[in-house]
Design a binder for this molecule. Structure first.
Ligand SMILES: Nc1ncnc2c1ncn2[C@@H]1O[C@H](COP(=O)(O)OP(=O)(O)OP(=O)(O)O)[C@@H](O)[C@H]1O
Length: 308
């Protein structure tokens, strides 16, 4: 069942089109990613869905409610961690949880939440003294204090060190395991690959693809590479590996440095290469095929790297 339906969202700031007919739906129980480079319109899209910004046109339904006209009712059922959430430096962990719980009619027992999210030892620590990872744990706990059906997590791991990022990923998995649908806004490929069931790729305000991470990788005809070493003896018998392999279907380039051959291509070119090597009785070792990644898919979709 779709828990969120966004249809044809458009938004401009002055002359600048920030969302251009953005549509997606989120199924109950999934982790849905919105992926794109800085400025792609991710936060704008998600804040229209949350009812925090007003789209110029297009419609949104979250849990069957219109976020603009039924915002108060909706906010009882959603949890939001905004991209730039800050709390007063002096507020203690327990005070923040108590405060947020007061915003909801049917809040969860925040003491249990504090235990569950590993914050019990920090209950009296002031916000300004928390580490990056502890802050994220607190923000997730705050997003869950109203016992939401959907949690929106925007750029959750930006600025965290690798260890804290991984720990935060485990928290997101736990949120999902508790039955909460998660909308995760991110500009990190690895995060989306690890956590999301489906992803909308946003580029310059438009959804350029929407699929599972694996589906996105398989769906685009991105180049990838294989490499191998010509084993002793075969080198002399294959003076023209470039010519032999370069003619195969899907191969776009072949380069050779002494006994190391690198073949770049598309589609199922690796089968053609291995079959051709076998036919010519060319022995190879150190065979490596570099997996296509979501980053390759992103480059194929948008013409640029997300990580740049
Ligand atoms: N209130 C506003 N007024 C004018 N321009 C805005 C406003 N909010 C956002 N923008 C512009 O709209 C574009 C999209 O911003 P948005 O924050 O939605 O992108 P994003 O994909 O979430 O990027 P980031 O990851 O950097 O937050 C950006 O160019 C931004 O400068």
């Amino acid at each position: 069942m779709a828990i969120i339906e966004a249809e044809g969202l458009r938004k401009r700031y002055g002359d600048r089109v920030v969302l251009d007919r953005v549509s997606f739906s989120v199924e109950e129980g999934e982790v849905f990613g919105i992926l794109g480079p800085n400025g792609a319109g991710k936060t704008t899209a998600v804040e229209c869905v949350e009812g925090l910004r007003r789209q110029d046109s297009g419609s949104v339904r979250v849990l069957g409610l219109d976020p603009l006209r039924q915002g108060r009712r909706l906010r009882e059922h959603i949890g939001v961690q905004l991209q730039h959430t800050r709390l007063p430096e002096n507020i203690k962990v327990w005070e923040a949880l108590d405060l947020y719980a007061s915003f909801y009619e049917r809040a969860r027992d925040w003491r249990g939440l504090m235990e569950r999210w590993g914050l019990a030892d920090e209950r009296n620590v002031r916000f300004g003294k928390l580490s990056g990872g502890q802050c994220q744990r607190l923000f997730i706990a705050l997003a869950l204090v109203g016992d939401p059906k959907v949690a929106f997590l925007d750029e959750l791991t930006t600025g965290l060190d690798p260890q804290a990022r991984r720990a935060t990923w485990e928290l997101v998995k736990r949120v999902r395991a508790e039955g909460v649908t998660v909308v995760l806004v991110s500009h990190f490929m690895d995060e989306v690959e690890e956590l999301c069931d489906r992803v909308a790729v946003l580029d310059r305000g438009a959804v350029v693809a929407l699929d599972s991470p694996a589906g996105l990788v398989d769906g685009v005809d991105a180049e990838y590479r294989m490499s191998f070493r010509l084993l002793n003896g075969s080198d002399a018998s294959v003076p023209d590996a470039e010519g032999l392999l370069g003619r195969l279907d899907g191969v776009t380039s072949v380069s050779r440095d002494a006994d190391l051959v690198v073949v770049v291509g598309r589609g199922d070119f690796t089968s053609a290469v291995t079959a051709s090597l076998a036919r010519e009785r060319i022995l190879v070792g150190d065979l490596r095929i570099d997996k296509r990644t979501l980053d390759d898919a992103f480059i194929a979709l948008t013409g640029r790297s997300l990580q740049a």
